[in-house]
Design a protein around this ligand. Structure first.
Ligand SMILES: *[C@@H]1O[C@H](CO)[C@@H](O)[C@H](O)[C@H]1NC(C)=O
Length: 447
């Protein structure tokens, strides 16, 4: 731990001692902007004399003078005297150079040099990098589905500096490669292709081009929707294996996917023309009334610009409706009907019970003039009497109490008519009786 640290320290110290010229390692700027190439020589001792400052640029392995200053002389700029290059301060301690506006050609390595006495020349090196923000675009290529790997999308980062790096994000299997072209102005255009085996499944899928470049604070993501042309994929829907003679409104539908979207559908049979009883409505084949003429195979043929696909549907016309498999549906319907009937029975029972309760209470109050605490005897008597083959309804306690057990059915019915108008409608005996309330129901249901 100690050894590397002290090594670093001595290296830094030596730099400080020998490299007294203060420069930045790298300066960046955009074309048209201003670049400041800092260069300072802070003289710490009056023993050191500076006689000249010079900026040089490395060009093709040689050094070219860019800016020269001597005391008592005008600063000179041998490479470009147009005023685009100048000193920030005219000074023997500060040789900071300004270049404005920047040109692509200004990029390079610059050396700032102070001629001193007694130590000789002291210098610092700065790299000036010119940046250019690229224009990034990506698009899919219209490709036809096939078996070989081909470029399906292209991403371009144009006129950037330094060159961009392009990658792709894709869930589909594929790879990518990139190529670079250096433009006349020194910028670089990078092009990357995403390659894959184009399949119908990849059509309309999205992949993303990711461009990274120094001038971009974060990578730029450009989504691309793939476009793979493929011939129609066709199915025929609507045959339920229950086409029987004289069935009405049997329909077949030809369902097709494709890129481009298929628009042309054609129906036929193996023998050629369609039976006269069918109607074609685009992708639909309508049979108003099924007959033996449609006991055949129907062919749907769909075409787009890529190709043509034909599929067949064999139709079996039956003499009778196909009951196989209808069990489940029938069972469900039967269950629903049973449930409705059950609900109706229960509801009816409740209504009758309430009616009886109400009537009984009224009867008790009118006839007995007593409190309703009156307790009727048990109904066994009625059951003991075999002659009275009456509905259970007759076993009401109020009835037992009011009338003797020996009472005939007609009398009893008369009584029941008084206490309960519903009974009127239910009773076979009193056919002429009309219910006072509009409540009529089947006796069978009640019993
Ligand atoms: C339809 O054709 C099949 C044989 O392909 C035959 O078994 C069937 O009886 C035919 N249907 C009618 C209604 O003739």
């Amino acid at each position: 731990m100690g050894a590397p640290r002290s090594l670093v320290f001595w290296c830094l110290l030596s730099v400080v001692l020998t490299q007294r010229v203060k420069v930045r390692n790298e300066v960046t700027g955009y074309v048209g902007d201003e670049a400041t190439l800092q260069c300072l020589f802070p003289t710490t001792s009056s023993d050191v004399k500076v006689s000249q400052v010079t900026w040089m640029k490395e060009m093709g392995g040689k050094k070219q003078n860019v800016a020269v200053y001597l005391p008592d002389h005008k600063p000179n700029f041998p490479l470009d005297n147009s005023g685009r290059i100048r000193f920030l301060n005219v000074s023997l301690q500060d040789a900071t150079l300004i270049i404005q506006p920047l040109r692509m050609g200004d990029e390079g390595t610059y050396i700032c040099e102070f001629a001193t006495y007694p130590h000789g020349n002291e210098d610092g090196v700065t790299t000036l990098s010119i940046l250019a923000r690229p224009t990034n675009t990506a698009e899919s290529r219209k490709v036809v589905a096939g078996n070989t790997m081909i470029p399906v999308a292209v991403c371009t980062s144009a006129n950037g500096k330094p060159p961009a790096r392009i990658t792709w994000i894709a869930t589909l299997p594929g790879n990518f490669n990139a190529s670079e072209v250096t433009n006349g102005d020194g910028t670089v255009t990078v092009t990357s292709q995403f390659n894959m085996v184009p399949t119908a499944v990849a059509d309309q899928e999205q992949i993303t081009c990711v461009v990274s470049q120094r001038t971009l604070t974060e990578p730029e993501n450009i989504p691309v929707t793939l476009s793979v042309l493929y011939p129609p994929q066709v199915t025929i829907e609507g045959y339920d294996d229950n086409w029987y003679v004289s069935r009405s409104e049997a329909v077949l539908r030809c369902v097709a996917k494709g890129n481009p979207k298929p628009t042309h559908y054609s129906w036929s049979t193996p023998s050629g023309p369609l039976p006269p009883t069918v109607q074609v409505q685009g992708d639909r084949l309508l049979v108003q009334s099924v007959d033996v003429a449609v006991n055949t195979t129907f062919i749907c043929q769909v075409t787009n610009s890529v190709g043509t696909t034909r599929v067949e549907q064999i139709i079996l016309v039956r003499a009778q409706p196909n009951m196989d498999g209808a069990g489940s549906t029938g069972g469900i319907i039967g269950g629903i009907i049973a449930a409705i009937v059950a609900v109706a029975v229960v509801a009816t029972g409740v209504l009758i019970f309430r009616q009886q309760q109400k009537n009984r209470t009224e009867q008790d109050n009118d006839d007995l003039d007593g409190p309703p605490a009156y307790k009727p005897p048990p109904p066994q008597k009625k059951i003991e009497d075999p002659e009275l083959d009456l509905p259970r309804y007759h076993e009401l306690p109020t009835l037992e109490d009011k009338e003797p057990a020996t009472m005939g059915p007609s009398l009893e019915d008369e009584y029941l008519d008084q206490i309960n108008p519903i009974y009127d409608a239910l009773s076979f005996a009193s056919g002429e009786g009309v219910p006072e309330q509009g409540f009529i129901m089947s006796r069978a249901l009640y019993v």
